[in-house]
Design a protein around this ligand. Structure first.
Ligand code: MGD
Ligand code: MGD
Ligand code: MO
Length: 772
């Protein structure tokens, strides 16, 4: 039974509403063939895990199996709606090819093993390495898809018990720039705005964000505003004609990698037209003069030459932004996975600040997340930061963490910022990192330049542990594979892109011997016999709820304060936004409503980095520039991408997503409806480029960069001339021809934004040819 055909129409029927009204409820549901709601034994509350929107859902359970989903009508995020992937993706849980036992490599082959064998191998290798080479030889690469409790536990084990600085998440590929941009402007991570701002905004501007396909329920909220009275104007900045672009009032299609030039021109126009809230800027910010000086020469005509967007359209966009009374901006991968990612994302914050569009209904900025639990990776310090948005360069913050953990502060590495993922892989390549424990991510498909990644991960000298629910491309390269329980099979909390926290309940038992990631991490800690200063077992917690309570203590007094939550309060609720404390027991809709920021030198998460070079600022420098902890207006000068189109590689190659698939398809590829909707990789080519290359829809094309070649079927599509788009969802084995590579990341480059260290998935130069 299903309430709508979400494959042919991913967004469903309109329920129009006007500004300031409440978004109407529409409950979507899908149950396995032949079942009706009366057949369901139990409904178990959770939220969506195939994007960052945090849509509230109930899992239908019958005879101990998940048999469907239903949106929660009372959830603040989705008012009952369910994204296409979530309607069908739950089927992956019961897939017959789930991992059910640990595997260890024997004589070159992965073979079934007991938990005791697998864990003993990991423990003995860890002990050897700690004895011979020290904590810096061990690294952890985790995810944006585990639960809060699991990240906090992993952060405690890595930073506290082992004392390695090498812990990061795939959030580095995903929302590292969101965090970096928020730190740069507001002194701390934490999303200022709320999804309810869509209900009030009169202008919504989307920067490199294909929300229609990637947070489809948030898009239905926008579509419903567009269909109602007094709709908002929509500005879309994307080189492709996405569904967002097609619905937009104004669509700017800049050349990939030129976002910062465009942003500087928009700022130039807003300042030249004096569309500025001078009182707000004076009261709440520092840095105005520097910003104004930096963009003084950035006219629309200057930007037109770089972005290849007509100056008149840039002016029109600036007028939209400049005249908005309630302006909501969103930013995502079109900005984040680029060479000046943080610098460009910060300019969106600058527009918000100049216009005083913060902390009021309909106003604000969503530096979006992508993965369902990426927010928790960052909060809990599993992402190359310390737990609770603590500042590694502030000794008082490190001392506080040491008190919480009852460890010597010297045990927690803080001589430099925690190692970012791209550097962790470099250390593995160089051989100084000898053990890498990968949880809930599939780097053999998702990291750039896969030829290099495969080489690194298959080295004999690297002991690779992979903890996943499936035998992924990465698991194939592992020394030990640990079978993990997934969403629906374990309990924990997670937080979406607008700070909404949900409790996700255990609906069914995990298959075979697979276990929750939390249990695996704690089992490792017990076997390693980690102890705190008083000789007690560390971490001191033992299950999800006690881990959550430990995390609550760590969050106390920090921006992401969870002390007002309990599991009971979250159970079956409609989602609550942090900070949630005894003073704000119902959570907090918007941050910075009083014009005060988390940016005071004693409190801030980071002292900032140079937006061009990424060099970290000294504490004294930060204090001198921002003694009162105001928001910071930071300019940056545009620089062209390193790998620009050339005679040999004339196209700009970008990569991204489709509405039907999630990442490397370990889940959506196992749901028949989703797999059938997009079973094979394709390449989007503009009409003019298709013509000049004698390509038509459905032809097999070859896309080549200096790193490799991929074959894909042509889709003639609305995309800028000179630009190619490949979805990155397809792993590197093609079932018809196992020798043929088809993963977009065969083509991408080993380079990253200097500030956030987020790799560049959206700038490479490529050649296009027809396969004859
Ligand atoms: N269906 C689906 N939804 C998802 C996911 C998924 O895999 N599938 N993944 C989730 C995750 S983890 C993430 S991070 C988000 C990502 O969500 P999005 O960021 O919305 O998705 P992408 O397709 O990566 O990129 C967005 C757009 O950036 C544009 N773009 C490329 N280069 C440039 C550029 O130089 N400038 C500008 N302005 N735009 C550019 C692309 O054309 C693309 O339409 O989606 C989340 N939701
Ligand atoms: N070319 C290109 N590359 C990209 C991007 C792009 O736009 N273009 N986007 C980047 C972005 S934004 C992201 S977020 C990454 C995503 O890249 P990945 O994180 O590599 O992608 P996933 O397929 O989501 O991998 C998650 C893995 O975790 C497993 N898993 C799911 N739940 C659990 C669990 O509870 N426990 C455990 N242990 N395992 C679990 C899944 O089976 C899956 O193998 O890709 C990045 N790579
Ligand atoms: Mo992501």
């Amino acid at each position: 039974m299903e309430t709508r055909d979400a494959i042919t129409d991913p967004w469903g029927a309109r329920t129009p509403y006007g500004p300031g009204e409440s978004w109407p409820v529409r409950v979507d549901s899908h149950l396995a063939d032949g079942l009706t709601p009366e057949d369901v034994d139990r409904w178990v509350p959770t939220a969506a895990v195939l994007h960052s929107n945090g849509d509230g859902l109930d899992l239908a359970v019958k005879d101990g199996r998940i048999v469907g989903v239903r949106g929660r009508a009372d959830d603040r995020v989705n008012h009952g709606r369910v994204d296409t992937k979530d309607l069908y993706g739950w089927q992956a849980n019961a897939s017959p090819d789930r991992l059910t036992t640990p595997l260890v490599r024997r004589d070159g082959e992965l073979a079934e093993a007991t938990w005791d064998e697998a864990m003993s191998l990991i423990v003995s290798r860890s002990r050897e390495l700690l004895g011979e080479q020290g904590p810096g030889s061990i690294g952890f690469y985790t995810s944006g898809q585990l639960f809060c409790e699991e990240y906090y536990t992993l952060a405690a084990i890595a930073h506290g018990a082992i004392g390695t600085n090498h812990l990061d998440g795939n959030t580095r590929l995903c929302t590292a720039t969101a965090a970096a941009a928020l730190k740069a402007s507001f002194g701390c991570d934490g999303q200022p705005a709320s999804y309810t701002d869509v209900d009030h905004a009169d202008v919504i501007a989307l920067f490199g964000h294909n929300v229609a396909e990637t947070q489809s329920v948030l898009w239905t909220r926008m579509l419903d505003r567009l269909a109602g009275p007094n709709p908002p104007a929509l500005l879309c900045v994307d080189p492709r004609e996405t569904p967002v672009a097609r619905a937009a009032t104004l669509h700017l299609a800049p050349m990939p990698g030129t976002n910062l030039a465009l942003m500087n021109a928009l700022l130039h126009e807003i300042i030249a037209g004096d569309r500025i809230d001078h009182d707000y800027v004076e009261r709440c910010t520092v840095g105005y003069d520097e910003l104004a000086a930096a963009v003084a020469g950035c006219t629309p005509e200057w930007a037109e030459k770089i972005c290849r967007v007509p100056a008149s359209r840039i002016r029109a966009a600036a007028a939209l932004l400049g005249r908005a009374e309630r302006l909501l901006c969103t930013v995502l991968q079109g900005f984040y996975q680029s060479h000046q990612a943080t610098a460009a994302a910060v300019q969106v914050n600058n527009i918000t600040l100049l216009r005083g569009m913060l902390g009021k209904p309909g106003c604000g900025v969503l530096q979006m997340n992508g993965q369902p639990t990426a927010e928790n990776t960052r909060e809990c310090g599993a992402d190359g930061d310390l737990p609770g948005f603590r500042n590694w360069a502030n000794d008082a913050h490190v001392a506080e963490l040491a008190r919480l953990w009852n460890l010597d502060p010297l045990r927690i590495p803080h001589y430099s910022s925690p190692t970012h993922a791209m550097q962790i892989f470099r250390y593995a390549e160089n051989g100084s990192l000898r053990m890498l424990w990968v949880s809930a991510t599939n780097p053999a498909v998702s990291l750039p330049d896969l030829g290099r990644i495969r080489k690194i991960l298959s080295q004999d000298r690297l002991f690779l542990v992979v903890q996943d629910a499936f035998r992924t491309e990465t698991a194939e390269l592992a020394d030990v594979v640990l079978p993990a329980a997934m969403w629906g099979e374990k309990t924990g909390v997670f937080t979406n892109a607008d700070r909404t926290v949900h409790l996700s309940g255990k609906a069914v038992d995990p298959p075979g011997q697979s276990k929750p990631d939390l249990d695996i991490f704690l089992d490792y800690a017990r076997r390693m016999d980690f102890r705190d200063r008083d000789g007690n077992p560390f971490p001191s917690w033992h299950d999800a709820e006690s881990a959550f309570e430990a995390w609550q203590r760590a969050s106390a007094g920090r921006p992401c304060d969870y002390t007002g939550f309990t599991y009971d309060k979250l159970r079956g609720g409609g989602g609550i936004q942090w900070p949630c404390t005894s003073e704000h027991p119902d959570g907090t809709e918007r941050l910075y409503t009083d014009g005060k920021f988390f940016a005071h030198p004693d409190y801030c998460e980071a002292y900032g980095r140079d937006l061009i070079t990424g060099a970290p600022a000294e504490p004294g420098e930060y204090r001198a520039g921002n003694p009162d902890g105001k928001a910071m207006l930071k300019p940056a000068e545009y620089l062209p991408p390193h790998e620009a189109p050339s005679a040999e590689y004339p196209f700009a190659l970008i990569t991204g997503r489709t509405v039907y698939h999630f990442h490397t398809r370990t889940k959506t590829g196992r749901a028949p409806e989703l797999n059938d909707a997009a079973p094979e990789v394709w390449v989007e080519v503009s009409e003019a480029d298709a013509r000049s290359h004698e390509l038509s829809d459905g032809d097999l094309a070859e896309i080549t960069t200096p790193r490799g070649t991929v074959r894909a079927r042509v889709r003639v599509a609305g995309i800028r001339e000179g630009v190619l788009f490949l979805p990155f969802h397809y792993g590197y084995w093609d079932s018809d021809d196992p020798g043929r590579h088809r993963a977009a990341n065969e083509l991408t480059i080993t380079e990253w934004d200097p500030v956030s260290k987020q790799p560049l998935f959206k700038t490479a130069a490529a050649a296009l040819g027809r396969v004859r």
